[in-house]
Design a protein around this ligand. Sequence first.
Ligand SMILES: Nc1ncnc2c1ncn2[C@@H]1O[C@H](COP(=O)(O)OP(=O)(O)OP(=O)(O)O)[C@@H](O)[C@H]1O
Ligand SMILES: [Mg+2]
Length: 457
Amino acid sequence: MAALTNLLLVDDEPALRTLMAERLATRGFEVVTCESGERAIELLDQFAFDIVVTDLRLPGVDGGQVIDAARERYPGIVTIVITGFGTVKDAVDAIKRGASDFIAKPFQFDELMHVLHKAMEQRRLSSENAYLRAQLEERYQMGGILGRSRAMQSLFQKIETVARSNATILVTGETGTGKEVIARAIHHNSPRRAHRFVAFNSSAVPETMLEAELFGHERGAFTGAHAQRQGRFETAHRGTLFLDEVGTMSPALQSRLLRVLQEHEFERLGGNQTIKVDVRVIAATNADLRDMVAEGTFRQDLYFRLNVIQIELPPLRDRREDVPLLARHFLEKFGPGRQLQTSQAAMRAMMAYHWPGNVRQLENAIERGVALSGDRKEIELEDLPPEIQTTAPEPTVVPVDFPDDGIDMPAYLASIERDLIDRALQRTNNNRNKAADLLRIKRTTLVEKLKRMGVDR
Ligand SMILES: Nc1ncnc2c1ncn2[C@@H]1O[C@H](COP(=O)(O)OP(=O)(O)OP(=O)(O)O)[C@@H](O)[C@H]1O
Ligand SMILES: [Mg+2]
C-alpha cells in the first residue's frame, strides 16, 4: 500500500470539516476538504484519492451522487458516507449504491478511524470490480472512442453533426491523440458508411510512388507499371479518403491534390481519360499548418480547402478525467476477462503524468503493466514505466497559512515558483530542457524566469 493515504473529505459544515481534517492529518492521512458535492466531483476528476468520506445530505449534488461519481471513476476507491442520527434507511441506501460503509452523526473520531481501517482492509482483500463496466463504456463512448471529459463529449456531438455533411475536415492534434480513430468514427457515422474508408499516409510512401498511389496509373505509365491500377481516390469512390500527415506532402503533390479537391476529377498517370470521383476527404496533421503556410511550406489555398471544418483533439494532459476510463478500457483489451484494475497510487501517477505520446502512450503503458502484473489482480505503481512512476502527484491544494493582516500574494506565489524551479533543476542536474519538461513549461519560459530571478548560470 502507498505510504500516504489520500483522503477527500466532503462536508458543508466548516467547523466539522476543519476539525476532522486536522485529526485525520495527525493520523497520517493526506487530506483535501471541500464543501460541496459539485466541487468534490471536480476534484475527483483531477486526482485519484484512496478514500472519499462524504456527508450524505449536501445542498445541490448530494453525498450519494458523490459516491456514484467516485465509484464510476475508480472502482477500487473506498467510500464512506456520514449520515444523520437515526437515518438508518439512508445508510442502507448508500451501501446499496456501493458505499463501503457508513457512520452516523454524531460520532467519536475513533469510530471514524475504526470504520476507515475496516473498509481499507476489506478493499485490500477483495478486488471485486466488475462494477458498471459495460454500462460505463456505453455511456462515454462513440464508435470505440472513449471520453468523458467535456472536450470529448462535445467532440462526439460535433462528429455526429459533421458526419452528415460532405465537407472536408481537418483533424489536428498531437501524436497519439486519436486523429485516425476520429476520422474512422466520422466515416462510420456518415451516409457513406457502406463504402470504403481508405487511409493514405504520404510520409509512408516513397516520394516517386506518391502520385501513382493516389491517382492510379495506366499500364506502361512508368517502368514496372505492368498493369493498370486504381489509385486511392478511385478506391474511395463514394466513401471517405483519409489523408494522414498532410503536412508532409511535397509542393507538387499539394497542387495536384488541390486540383482534385476543386474539380473532383483527375487522370490516372500516363492516361488521358478523366475520372470523376465522389470522395469525402478527411485530412490529419500534428504539424501546425498555419505556421507552415506562413513559412511558405504549405499552400494557403490548399489549407483553406482542407480546413472547411476543423476538429481539434486536445492533448491527454488537458483532459485528465479521461485517464481512468481509458485505462480501464485498455486493461480489458490487454487482459480480457481478468477484471484487472489499477491501484489508486498507480492511477494517481497516471493522472499526474503529462503524456507527451497521449492516448497511444497510455495504451502502451497499460499493455506493459498487464504483462508485468503476472497473475495479480492489480497493476501497481511499480508496473508502470519509470518515467510515469517518478511523476510526483501534484497536491490539489497548497495549504497556505493566511495571516490576519493578509498576505502579499505576488511575493508568495513567486516564492513557490522559485522553489519549484529549484527543485526541478536539482532533480535534472541543471538540465534546463528536462527541468522545463518536469514543470510542463516551455524551455524559453524557464530561461526567462531564471533571468528574472537573476539566476543565469
Ligand atoms: N479516445 C480514445 N478512445 C479509445 N482509444 C483511443 C482514443 N484515442 C486514441 N485511442 C487509441 O490510441 C492509439 C492512437 O490513436 P490514433 O492512431 O488515432 O492517434 P493519432 O492522433 O492518429 O496519432 P499520430 O499522430 O501519431 O498518427 C490507437 O490505438 C487508438 O485506438
Ligand atoms: Mg495517426
